[in-house]
Design a protein around this ligand. Structure first.
Ligand code: F6R
Length: 361
């Protein structure tokens, strides 16, 4: 049942404080500031030399997010769209760990990529929401994201739980592969423990409904960010296009002047995601689009500095670790997409042409 909500999507967005609590439950040690995964004790990954993530759609965005966290912390990590994996054919050895990210555990492209990696000798881990799914039967090991069933076709709570579970697994990988535990790792663990409360704050205070109204009738909607916020930007755009049927695109902020800037007009709102990492660079991208007349919406924790001063609108997020900030930012963008689609009277839980799980090619 929809539990009093008009759509499953809105219900699932609002379930996130609880689903995130489940994702981290028993997996963080607050005293030592470390991650403790029953499935993966310390040293499990000591021999891994390279990590390859595969996934599709929203799960690919979670994979990108995780690979960018890992590589910035010294682990060679790459994310591939599972459907391209067999064509790109990245080199795989027995020291390669392939992590299949899939909510349903049944996506045909992701299963194919996994099989290819396995037959090339890789170790494999499934990160999934679905106990007993095909991916769990085919991978060596599984990390469940524990988000609970998701009915809305647009993935919401499972995206945030995927990123969170991948952050936990990422900590294990960083410690095992680089052989170091850093204070940054402890800060990340602390930020993850506060995440459910942070998401609750957003749900209690979001101005997304009013903002969606302000921006109605625009031509296109753009989303920009750097690092993990690039993945959050792609996810923000995917959610927006799939349920509103409006044109939406996500870019790396650095990509703008190499083409996309030609699309920017007063009728193309731009959502700029600030995580606290390289914010000055994102601010200058924000000013660039603003100079072309685009309304800018800053998703930021810095609600009283230069960013907020220049932005036309602000979607606030709590201050947290930069690698975690993309999660509350994504919740704000889920709400904007939902309310924009609602104004347009779209069939939010079942967008045209889409299926919850794509089990064929
Ligand atoms: C978008 C969405 C899809 C799925 C994709 C992969 O909201 O839900 O892009 O993320 O089809 O599905 P899973 O995660 O089940 O492999």
């Amino acid at each position: 049942s929809k539990g009093g909500y008009e759509h499953f999507m809105l219900k699932e967005i609002h379930e996130q404080p609880g689903s995130l609590r489940n994702t981290i439950h028993g997996r963080l040690n607050a005293l030592t500031g470390t991650v403790e995964l029953d499935e993966f004790p310390a040293e499990t990954f000591a021999d891994v030399e390279q990590v390859q993530f595969v996934g599709m759609g929203t799960s690919y965005h979670a994979a990108m997010y995780a690979s960018s966290m890992l590589s910035s912390r010294g682990v060679p990590a790459y994310a591939f769209q599972a459907g391209e994996y067999g064509l790109v054919r990245p080199p795989v050895t027995e020291d390669t760990l392939v992590i299949a990210v899939t909510q349903s555990g049944e996506t045909a492209d992701t299963l194919d990529a996994l099989r290819r990696a396995k037959s090339a000798g890789a170790d494999t881990v499934a990160v999934t929401n679905t106990v007993g799914s095909s991916i769990t039967r085919e991978c060596d090991d599984t990390l469940l994201i524990r988000a609970g069933p998701e009915i809305g076709v647009a993935a919401t709570k499972t995206f945030c739980s995927q990123v969170t579970a991948l952050s936990l697994l990422g900590e294990r990988l960083v410690e095992d592969i680089t052989g170091t535990r850093t204070s940054d790792g402890r800060d990340l663990v602390e930020a993850l423990s506060r995440l459910p409360g942070h998401v609750q704050e957003i749900l209690d205070t979001s101005v997304a409904p009013a903002l969606a109204q302000e921006l109605e009738d625009s031509d296109s909607y753009f989303f920009i960010g750097r690092g993990v916020a690039h993945s959050a930007a792609l996810e923000g755009a995917l959610k927006f296009k799939e349920i509103t049927y409006e044109h939406a695109e996500g870019f790396a902020a650095s990509e703008l002047k190499h083409g996309p800037l030609a699309l920017v007009t007063p009728d193309t709102p731009v959502f700029a995601i600030f995580t606290g990492f390289e914010d000055d660079a994102t601010l200058s991208s924000m000013k660039e689009v603003q100079a072309r007349g685009a309304p800018v919406i800053a998703v930021t924790s810095k609600t009283d500095g230069e960013i907020a001063e220049f932005a036309d609108y602000v979607l606030p997020i709590p201050e947290t670790h930069p690698d975690v900030a993309g999660i509350p930012a994504s919740v704000q963008l889920q709400l904007v997409a939902y309310h924009a689609a609602h104004l347009l009277d779209r069939p939010i839980d079942k967008p045209r042409n889409l299926a919850k799980s794509v089990t064929v090619h």
